[in-house]
Write a new protein. Structure first.
Lengths: 214, 214
DNA sequence: ACTGTTGGATAGTTTCACTCTCCTGATGAG
DNA sequence: CTCATCAGGAGAGTGAAACTATCCAACAGT
């Protein structure tokens, strides 16, 4: 198919597709002549994934390019590709600072990982953006005057641990290959709003149950 | 305290504070003379909350203004204020369309709410932005070729239900009043990245556990 | 009186994600 | 063969969002 059809089938404007091609979010089509190229179903799938990452997942274009680079890196195993993609995903940009709040947050997180036996994560330490993002989040809550104790944090972590296990269960039902990696990215990016939405909904329901609708 | 001190204590530049004042994210100080005003601790707290919402929670300025308006609306009860704030919070903006994917997503969500007995949420139906956000997320996954069955969705919802219950337990430990409402906003906005970070971390750990580090 | 700040208003600046305009080179109907 | 049409590519332009910088008159501390 050509650019026009790709645009029509995906609902993305031609100008935007050209932009994504320029930004290398979408691999170039197979060149037919000097001024024409042919696209296939994989381009359509990739385009939809890009759109989902950017629009639903709020992932910046530059970051999306990086993540997709890891998705396409066939020299890595599943775990590493998943990890690489996760690694590149957007974190609540630092601005941590080394104040007391940050130090306390680091301590809390360390204790949490020890408590749960998540030693893999502890070894990686604060090199991981995920780890740093968590420190930032806890530190911010400290600064705001809503400190999180270990006891309050552990139940959250346990639930998210089970969610993660369920994530991987679902991933295993996919045929291995790039579809599995794409599913991993979709899971990382698109399940976020899903889970948060479910939490909000549950909060409303629970609040109504406890206090009535006043 | 005056602008300069507010800036120093919060770490936010004077120019930015002026911007927030202009945008009514921060109530004006108590006027001392025609060209000078006095700020207090509540301004500092509010400023930190605003920063957290915008920087960590990625909440747009206009939305933050709306949310804070509800926080300050003392004519409402706790549930309603929490609901109002939640209601105003940013959703993965629609662009739903009425295609088959959206219809199927609506059906799945309805079934889920019935299954869990979350009838309060079902009555509100698709008026709620949270509800619509969920439909968008599920529909997007459908379109990408990663359909979510009810069976796969239910465990997620149960876990988030427990998380929400824990959220409200924590909320009850706060002294009633505006601090409680602020805690509710902080919970809604700032726990998001915290939970997502925990999920990512748990995914890495679980993946390493299952498949090794390859 | 002098120096430096403060609050307020207005006008930049930066970043990001597109979107528009041009241009060259096919391509297909008549 | 011709001529309007469309494809692809490159560069400049646009609009929104969140700041940031510049002015200015009115104070405040010394």
């Amino acid at each position: 198919m050509r650019l026009g059809e790709l645009s029509e089938r995906s609902g993305v404007s031609i100008a935007t597709i050209k932009y994504y091609l320029r930004e290398r979010l979408l691999p170039p089509g197979r060149r037919v002549t000097a001024t024409q190229a042919e696209y296939d179903e994989s381009h359509l799938r990739r385009l939809r994934l890009v759109r989902a990452m950017i629009q639903v997942g709020r992932v910046p274009v530059a970051t999306a390019r990086e993540v997709l680079g890891h998705v396409d890196d066939e020299s890595l195993g599943l775990t590493m590709r998943l990890g690489a993609a996760t690694w590149a995903l957007p974190q609540p940009e630092d601005e941590v600072g080394d104040d007391a709040a940050a130090a306390s947050a680091r301590g809390t997180l360390d204790a949490l990982l020890a408590e749960l036996g998540w030693d893999t994560a502890r070894e990686i330490g604060d090199l991981s953006p995920v780890h740093r993002g968590l420190v930032t989040a806890i530190a911010t809550l400290n600064r705001l005057g809503f400190p999180l104790s270990l006891d309050e944090l552990v139940p959250y972590a346990r639930h998210m641990g089970e969610v993660a296990a369920h994530d991987l269960d679902l991933l295993e039902t996919r045929p291995p290959g790039s579809e599995q990696v794409e599913a991993a990215v979709a899971s990382a990016v698109l399940y976020d709003p899903l889970l948060l939405g479910l939490r909000r909904l549950a909060q409303e329901v629970e609040s109504a149950r406890r206090y009535g609708i006043t």
